[in-house]
Ligand binder design. Sequence first.
Ligand code: SF4
Length: 234
Amino acid sequence: MIIGGIQKSSLIDYSGKISCVVFLAGCNFTCPYCHNPDLVRRKPFNGSHFDEKKIYAFLESRKGFLDGVVISGGEPTLNEHLPHFLERIKHLGYPVKLDTNGTRPRMVRRLIDNGLIDYIAMDIKADPLAYPLYIAGSYNPQSILTSVEIIRNSELPHEFRTTCVKPMVNEQGIRNIAQAITVAPLYALQRFCDDNGVLDPRFFDRMGSGHDRDELIRLQAIASPWVKKCVVRS
Ligand code: SF4
């Protein structure tokens, strides 16, 4: 397991909590809009990888200040060592939120069944039937819907999220996603922002672009009837 970076405190990554974000390197997707290209290529943020023991020591020292830990990436569930890592973090007393692309349903189930996560946010990149058109990488497209079902059938607090980039996301795709996650407690439509570098800038020269505010509101109106709450995030 490679720890590619750490954000020592965040007010926005774990709702209602002051959290620390741990970024695990490596991903089985190549989303063109990815804002963490170094992590996808298994490189650290700032020149050196983080030692696992230093993470535990840091969390120990921040007890009473931090309310939770977010495990993000990259794609964290690719790491077989993840359950052990989370056990250690839980042992320190922290609630854990997991960010995942949902391609490792067996790991997702294992983490839920063993009480190693307290909140899960799963990204849904496009209409689940259209993944192979847009997302290159090593994964089984069926795994997306399997993870959705595992999460929906669990009692774990959760949300689903879609970063709205054309042509991967369109009105029919949002309708299909919303139907797949019916009665989800929260579905977030995320506005694409290209302020920082992305994994595949040429995608945006050729065809890609983010949805504007009015388009996002329209997508929200399409998804809202299917889920308990649908929000647009800037
Ligand atoms: S956006 Fe997430 S799933 Fe996509 S390539 Fe980046 S880290 Fe991987």
